[in-house]
Every structure is written in C-alpha cells, then in structure tokens.
Design a protein around this ligand. Structure first.
Ligand SMILES: [Zn+2]
Length: 159
C-alpha cells in the first residue's frame, strides 16, 4: 500500500485528474506543451507523471528511476483509471472530500450554519457535513453525485 502519492497529469489523460482528486490525491493538471516544464515540476514536487506520451517515458530521469511515470494505455478514461489504481495499489477511500475537484486545493471543513445561504434548501435539510474550497469557494457535500462517483471508484478497485 503506497502511503501518500502526488500526481501530475498530462493533458492527453486529463480526465484522470478529477478521479484522483475525488480519491483525495493531490493532482496537478498539466495543460502546457512543454514536457520539460512538466518534468521539472514533477521532480521539484515529487509527483508521479501520468501520460500517454512515449517520448516522455524515454527521458533519462524516468528511465534511471529518479522520477516515476506511468505510461497510460487506451483512450477510455475508465480503464485508464483502473490501470493507475492497480499499478500503484491506490486506495479509493484514501481521503474522500479532501481536495477541490476544480482547483486541487485542500478543502476546509464548514459547519451547517456557515453554508446555510450557500447551498440549495433541500441540501441544507438533508446533509450535515460540508467542505469549502478556499480558492473557488465551491461547497462540497456527500450528495448523490458524490456517492455515484465513489461507487464507480469502488468498482475500479474490484476490477
Ligand atoms: Zn476550488
């Protein structure tokens, strides 16, 4: 079981960023075209690179093991996610509700009263746990959308 991993996701497998954030893994999305920039960031911040680019896999820092990178196979994000989970033995329940899916910022706990005017009334009535992103101020709760995503992740785990 790998303890705590951080990722940088190449734009050719960008959908994986959201899934990893759902699981609670700190994940940067790389939207530039400068591979060297991505590699420099990964090295500086100790991030695992996820990419479909075979050129990146030939870089010396990767072939000599200094930097970890996974060459993602296939076009479909679900098998891609399955590949990542299995290769690294990731825990789908690692830190649910820890990371903003949009900004990759650590979420902050909010009380029910604090979000009273920020969430729809039906949500306020049925949910008791809330988190807020300090950057985009999006409010998160364990609604049906979240539950559906978590179920899907669990199905990845089982294979
Ligand atoms: Zn955010």
């Amino acid at each position: 079981m790998v303890d705590y991993l951080k990722f940088i996701v190449d734009n050719n497998v960008g959908k994986l960023a959201k899934w990893l954030r759902i699981m609670g893994y700190d994940t940067l999305f790389f939207d530039g075209s400068d591979d060297s920039g991505m590699i420099a960031t990964a090295l500086a911040e100790g991030r695992v690179i996820l990419t479909r680019d075979t050129q990146i896999m030939r870089r010396r820092v990767i072939t000599n093991g200094q930097l970890k990178a996974i060459l993602i196979k296939g076009d479909d994000p679900e098998p891609q996610m399955y590949q990542v989970i299995n290769t690294l033995n990731l825990d789908c329940q690692f830190r649910p509700f820890a990371i903003c899916l949009e900004c990759n910022q650590p979420l902050l706990e909010r009380s029910k009263q604090q979000v009273k005017d920020l969430v729809p009334p039906y949500v306020f009535q049925t949910q008791s746990q809330y988190m807020e992103c300090p950057a985009c101020h999006r409010i998160y709760w364990r609604g049906t959308h979240w539950q559906a995503m978590t179920k899907k992740l669990e199905s990845f785990m089982k294979g």
